[in-house]
Write a protein that binds this ligand. Structure first.
Ligand code: E4P
Length: 226
């Protein structure tokens, strides 16, 4: 499984990239608003993210009609070679996905919750589908169960490899709330987990690692005194 960072913060992206395991970034309007992003700076901001990360950087359209999404998608795709256009899972979004995919522009279909939505996204030519895990948990459903169903269903039709009709889609486990979501997404076989900065940091930590290191340091002090 690959790690993407789910943020619009340049500082977080730069720091996470320095850890050596970052394969991409996902942003959305909420994440951009959270860092105080201004409309006029949006395109430059996406360009800066694309310079920090070699892998795919998802930038989301904000239009709700197909024509508007396609136009925004084309503009976003021109910002950098690694831009992936994020399109919401609506009927208009599916049509936009097909148009953008036919033009060779990669799409990450977002706000995916169910198996039919994921299959429709893949059939419409999305390069990535993003099932949201945590938002199911927020409404007392098991988001990981839904993620597992989506992965299994896409596997049934070889849609996660180059399929008979040339379809290829990667599953991004999104709306990740804790390290266990990451563990389970990997066991389920999601291709990617897009993880908020603080959760990615938590993923690198364990109390036994911390305690073990403290013991090694204390014992090394003893060695230095001997
Ligand atoms: C995915 O690409 C989304 O940006 C994100 O994972 C949404 O997560 P949230 O439910 O924490 O807002």
């Amino acid at each position: 499984m690959k790690f993407f960072l789910d943020t619009a913060s340049l500082e977080e992206i730069a720091e996470a990239a320095s850890w050596g395991a970052l394969a991409g970034v996902t942003t959305n309007p909420t994440l951009y608003a959270r860092i105080g992003g201004k409309l006029a700076d949006f395109e430059d901001h996406i360009k800066k993210i694309c310079q920090l990360v070699k892998g795919p950087v998802s930038a989301e359209v904000t239009a709700s009609d197909t024509e508007g999404m396609v136009a925004q998608g084309r503009d976003l795709a021109k910002l950098a070679n690694n831009v992936v256009v994020k399109v919401p899972m609506t009927l208009e979004g599916l049509a936009a996905t097909r148009s953008l995919a036919d033009e060779g522009i990669e799409v990450n279909m977002t706000l995916v919750f169910t198996v039919p939505q994921a299959i429709l996204a893949a059939r419409a030519g999305a390069r990535y589908v993003s099932p949201f895990v945590g938002r199911f948990d927020d409404i007392s459903e098991d988001g990981l169960d839904h993620l597992a169903s989506i992965v299994a269903a896409l596997n049934n039709y070889d849609m996660r490899d180059e399929g008979p009709n040339g379809q290829q889609v990667e599953v991004i486990a999104a709306s990740i709330r804790n390290p266990n979501h990451v563990t389970q997404a990997a066991l389920i076989g999601a291709d990617i987990a897009t993880v908020p900065f603080d959760i990615l940091k938590k993923c690198a930590k364990h109390p036994l690692t911390t305690n073990g290191l403290a013991a090694f340091e204390a014992d090394w002090e003893k060695v230095k005194q001997q």
